[in-house]
Design a protein. Structure first.
Length: 577
């Protein structure tokens, strides 16, 4: 059967956008909001000039985001090097991981993105931004939030399709849709630059807040503008600006985001303690925003990620994706150390790398904390259940996370490094960011050059509490022990003194970047960002092998056919229908 084109499906969306957008929001989010007003008049005046109109419209757009939420993880996880598909995965998932799009694939439905975009465009075109009550603009928060939804959706399009048509006005007829889809396409940099300009005037607008919805804080349904601008600038190669946006978001005095101190550690008696996972520990404090998912198919879109990543009764314990040997090897390559202090001295103890029943306990402990695979013993060959049980503790059934604090610190480090501040970037990894750390580990030249870009208020960001207990750790310490005391985890230095200081900085930048990308893998494993992280650096360096090599070796040995395919950057992207 021939697959519907973008225009056909866009036309289907158009038939409801002009007349039923609010009704769609009310019905599909019925478990989230209780409608209290009749919205029939909307079809006549086409103006969103009531508070209930704007709320239902925004919730309708969030419901549209549910259709692409799982893909925001799967397209980055299945095509990266940290996960592999199992024999029990669907053909669509196997083709996705193999970069094979000869046949139709449910993960390649570009029209779903454009349906969200068209709803955003309609909202932005018809919301009454001039309406005020008691001196406050009634709809500015929703207007800014929808702009961020549109920018995020376009970023996903650009990352996954390479070049796409840029449509910023609502399409109400099939001819308008056809003309829009036939216009010249825009690449990643162009898309990012467009929305940097589009979002910047609204960075100081507060996000909407609709109270508790389905036992979730509704403010986390919305994407912080500065965090999104940081991403757009990072992809656009505007590194100083990217670092500024990330820094300003993380150090916002209204809600400062401190680096996590929740770690997975070995005690001195070699007992596994303090379970850590990147999502659950710290709860709302670590999680910045997410796409809320419905819990029942009857209510809307239900995420399938939990069943794809984990053994459940629904899938008879047959999971579809699992950790790759490349993930295990990266974790095992890390050196775990413990700093032991007494009143008179400080020693660093390095945990042995042998003698463990499970290799997952060698090196970084985040892997063993977030991933488990256990045998269920011998079962009858006729049993319908898998003999192995897999658990990955980074998947929710009721939400798909988009941003969390620690990963944002790592992107901040990436931007800092490329902006010319490798010492500061490395401090994010090894020590954590606060005034005491920066004075001790970043030379005065870099501190003066970076200025406010690395200012962390000492009243908020403190290295130790009043009793001398450490409060801030580098990201690497979240799984590799007391990395600030690790003599093997150090800022790269040239073997011989180079001619100028800038030569040394230029030498360090790519090496620190490699360490950051490794840390993103250790910290962000199974979250769906890995493929894009490799892509971003490969594009930056004009080196397709940076992506092709690790992805082709994800199963332990090189897949030369896959590597050859990925050495052509055209094959990195999904094909437009």
């Amino acid at each position: 059967m021939k697959r519907p084109s973008i225009i056909t499906k866009m036309t289907d969306a158009i038939t409801v956008v002009g007349y039923c957008l609010l009704a769609i929001g009310a019905v599909s989010c019925s478990d989230m909001l209780e409608p209290e007003s009749d919205l029939v008049e909307y079809a006549e005046d086409h103006t969103l000039n009531h508070a209930t109109d704007s709320v239902y419209s925004v919730m309708g757009i969030i419901n549209g985001l549910q259709t692409v939420a799982d893909r925001s993880v799967l397209l980055g996880a299945a095509r990266g090097d940290l996960m592999i598909v199992t024999d029990d995965a669907t053909a669509d998932l196997k083709h996705l991981a193999a970069f094979d799009f000869v046949s139709a694939n449910k993960y390649n439905e570009v029209s779903d993105y454009y349906a969200v975009i068209n709803n955003c465009n309609y909202f932005l075109a018809h919301i009454d931004t001039a309406m005020e009550r008691r001196g406050r603009n009634l709809f500015l928060r929703e207007y800014a939030a929808v702009k961020s939804f549109r920018a995020w959706t376009y970023l996903q399009l650009a990352l996954n399709y390479g070049e796409v048509p840029l449509v910023l006005e609502p399409l109400m007829t099939e001819k308008e849709a056809r003309d829009a889809m036939n216009q010249p396409t825009r690449g990643i940099q162009d898309i990012c630059n467009t929305f940097i300009d589009d979002l910047t005037p609204y960075v100081d607008v507060n996000l909407p807040e609709y109270g508790g919805v389905n036992n979730m804080s509704s403010e986390k349904f919305f994407i912080p503008m500065r965090a999104l601008l940081g991403d757009l600038c990072l992809w656009a190669g505007r590194y100083q600006e990217a670092a500024t946006w990330y820094h300003d978001y993380l150090t916002d005095t209204r809600s400062p985001k401190q680096m996590s101190s929740q770690r997975v550690t070995w005690s001195s008696s070699s007992q596994f303690i303090t379970p850590y996972d990147g999502y659950f520990t710290g709860g709302d404090q670590e999680q910045i925003c997410f796409i809320p998912m419905d819990r029942r198919v009857f209510d809307g879109v239900v995420s399938d990620l939990y069943n794809l990543f984990n053994s459940t009764t629904e899938n008879n314990f047959y999971y579809s994706l699992t950790a790759s040997s490349a993930m295990a090897a990266l974790s095992e390559a890390q050196i775990y150390c413990i700093e032991e202090k007494t009143a008179t001295k400080s020693d660093t103890i390095y945990v042995p790398r042998t003698g463990f029943a499970d290799h997952k306990y060698i090196g970084d402990l985040r892997y063993s904390s977030n991933f488990s695979l256990t045998s269920r013993g011998n079962r009858s060959e006729y049993s319908e259940y898998n003999t192995y049980f897999q658990g990955i503790s980074k998947v929710y059934s009721d939400r798909v996370p988009l941003y969390r604090v620690t990963m944002l610190y790592l992107r901040y480090a990436e931007a800092l490094n490329r902006a010319g501040y490798p010492q500061s970037a490395f401090a994010v990894l090894k020590h954590g960011m606060c005034d005491d750390v920066l004075k001790a580990n970043v030379d005065s030249i870099e501190r003066n050059q970076a200025g406010d870009l690395i200012f962390f208020d000492p009243l908020v960001y403190r290295l130790n509490d009043d009793n001398g207990n450490r409060l801030i750790y580098g990201v690497h310490s979240l799984g590799s022990g007391d990395s600030h005391a690790n003599a093997y985890y150090v800022l790269p230095q040239p073997e011989q003194e180079l001619a100028t200081r800038q030569d040394t900085v230029d030498y360090q930048i790519p090496l620190v970047e490699d360490m950051i990308i490794d840390e993103m893998a250790l910290e962000g494993a199974f979250e769906g960002s890995r493929y894009y992280d490799l892509m971003r650096v490969a594009l930056r360096r004009h080196d397709p092998a940076y992506l092709a090599d690790p992805v082709s070796r994800r199963e332990g040995k090189a897949d030369e056919a896959l590597r050859a395919r990925l050495m052509d950057t055209e094959n990195w992207y999904l094909p437009l229908p």
